[in-house]
Design a binder for this molecule. Sequence first.
Ligand SMILES: [Zn+2]
Length: 228
Amino acid sequence: MSELTNRPAVDSPLAQAEVQRLLPRVPYIATWSGEPPVRTQVVRTNWPARIAYADEVPHDRDGRGVLWRRALLQPGRGKPQFGLVHPLRQRHAMRRLLCQVCGSSADRTEQGVLWLLGDDRGDWADWPEEMAATHPPVCLPCAHAAVRLCPYLRRKFVAVRVRRPEVSGVHGRLYEAFGAATKASGDVIVRFSDPAINWVQAFELVMCLRECTFVDLEAELTQLRSDG
Ligand SMILES: [Zn+2]
């Protein structure tokens, strides 16, 4: 759902005004040019057998021991790099269930936490049950504004409530042993329970979506307004 990290297209001055009112200037999980990639040397260790940084420090790994891509934290500095997800803010938003657009709490009802997903209903019978999501959830105003004001999103995305989201793994770069060194062999999604997790440099937290229900955003917002 990287399209959500771009500003939605607007088709009228009124719509544009509403986007300005409802959405922040730059999505919370977007990277800024003042947060350029940090160069690191990935090495391998034999005990334990895994990848590491040559100059590794304790906060390079999370509580599970997963190695994370280093990133500067300077939101607002430089220009927004739309479509480039910031690893620390993505991780924070997933763990805390924050809106990927504005960074406030994602919307939650009895049916669960709100996600906007690319419409892949043909992928499997009970899609998106057990889906590995790499994008954090959304709040209702951001979801509504993005979908209603952007024809592309309206056609391509569905709103889903997730009653049992569970952080299940990471999206990252897989490394393999190359003599005494390492070499990158591609980007993968790996569960925490998979031994391959020791050979991945993570850049996004993955959420497994369970007990999902499709919802009608327009109906939910109408209900919210009538309740309020
Ligand atoms: Zn929001």
